[in-house]
Ligand binder design. Structure first.
Ligand code: NAG
Length: 376
């Protein structure tokens, strides 16, 4: 009996010892690479966060388990994700009772975190200075999201080195220069957001090489040149926003055969020529904004029972002719704006015209009938 009890003690002890050894070894594996920790501290020292205190947890040696926004590859202790959002539902932000604000710059020390897969430094409003050019050495990066800061200077010319990148978002900054030619080498890119910056020059003509892209948001820049025809071969592109630029030339008719295109924003540009019938008749298109261009000719009478537009804005162009009667066959037209053109003639009666207001038709040459004054 005594022997039995002592041997069970022995096994208990052994089990405890193994458990201890195991937990020590996993803790060792998860602890932060000293070089990555030093790089993080250098990154932190270039920033100041007076309101939220995101860096108050950045003390001690184990950056992998305790540091806010940092997570590591468990087997190596290398930093894999750095995620700092100034606007989120995170308790740290909600407790502060305000959205985040940081000043300072993104230190090039970030480039030493060369196992990074996600780098998100979003919505801090006042982070300024350039995107460190060395950032393209982070070739494991899948997500780069720097939206909503005050970053300036160009995008790195060798941005095409990001061979794993799926999300690139630098919208709402002050990025200048042109879209690097090498961008179109990032063939796995799914989401591209460059909107609301100071980008100039033209959209690379081989933009259509980005075959995986589903959202291309380039609006509110100073882009010029024409719409690359290659875009119409992007079979996964659902949202295209080129609005509020200086893009000239005409709208490619081939946009009408893009299989999943559902929103097309080309408003506030310098586009000329006619509206292609193929685009208006495209069955998947739900939002079309062509407002404030120099589009001419008549509105193609190309709507069908598969037309389903939550919004279609053709206002502020030079369109002539009458209001197309096939609009009566459309499955749905929510918001329609044909104002500020040179349209003339009788507005058809029936849906969708019965729910539209006069503002949809105002400032044309000689439109008449409901909801405008009756025809003479
Ligand atoms: C279309 O674009 C114009 C000009 O950029 C804008 O004022 C208008 O609100 C947009 N229309 C819709 C329906 O979004």
């Amino acid at each position: 009996m005594a022997a039995c009890s002592s041997s069970s003690h022995y096994y208990n002890f052994l089990f405890f010892y193994l458990l201890l050894a195991f937990s020590v070894s996993t803790a060792t594996a998860a602890s932060c690479s000293a070089a990555d920790r030093a790089a993080l501290l250098e990154f932190r020292s270039a920033l100041s966060d007076p309101y939220i205190g995101v860096f108050s947890s950045w003390t001690g040696s184990d950056c992998c388990s305790q540091w806010y926004g940092v997570s590591c590859e468990p087997s190596t202790g290398r930093v894999a994700d750095l995620i700092l959002r100034g606007e989120s539902e995170d308790p740290l932000i909600t407790r502060a009772g305000r959205s985040g604000l940081m000043t300072g710059q993104i230190s090039p020390a970030i480039c030493r975190l060369n196992s990074l897969s996600s780098l998100i430094i979003a919505d801090w409003k006042q982070i300024s200075g350039p995107i460190p050019p060395c950032i393209t050495t982070l070739t494991s990066l899948r997500i780069l999201d720097l939206v909503g800061n005050r970053l300036s200077g160009p995008l790195p010319a060798d941005i095409g080195k990001f061979s794993q990148l799926t999300v690139l978002n630098v919208a709402d900054n002050q990025i200048s220069g042109s879209i690097p030619k090498s961008l179109t080498q990032i063939t796995g890119l799914m989401h591209l957001s460059l909107g609301n910056n100071l980008l100039t020059g033209s959209i690379p003509s081989d933009f259509g090489n980005l075959k995986m892209l589903s959202r291309a948001l380039l609006g509110r820049n100073q882009l010029s040149g024409v719409i690359p025809a290659s875009i119409s071969y992007m079979n996964r592109l659902a949202d295209l926003d080129l609005s509020n630029n200086k893009i000239s030339g005409s709208i490619p008719a081939s946009f009408g055969s893009m299989p999943v295109l559902s929103s097309l924003y080309l408003d506030s540009n310098l586009l000329t020529g006619g509206i292609p019938a193929e685009v208006l008749g495209s069955k998947g298109l739900g939002i079309l904004n062509l407002s404030r261009n120099g589009l001419e000719g008549s509105i193609p009478d190309a709507f069908t029972s598969r037309s389903y537009f939550t919004a279609m804005d053709l206002s502020y162009n030079k369109l002539t002719g009458d209001v197309p009667k096939t609009l009566l066959t459309a499955a749905f037209v929510g918001h329609l704006d044909l104002s500020h053109n040179h349209l003339c003639g009788r507005i058809p009666t029936g849906s969708p015209f019965d729910h539209l207001e006069a503002a949809s038709f105002s400032n044309n040459d000689c439109l008449c009938g409901w909801p405008l004054q009756s025809c003479k």
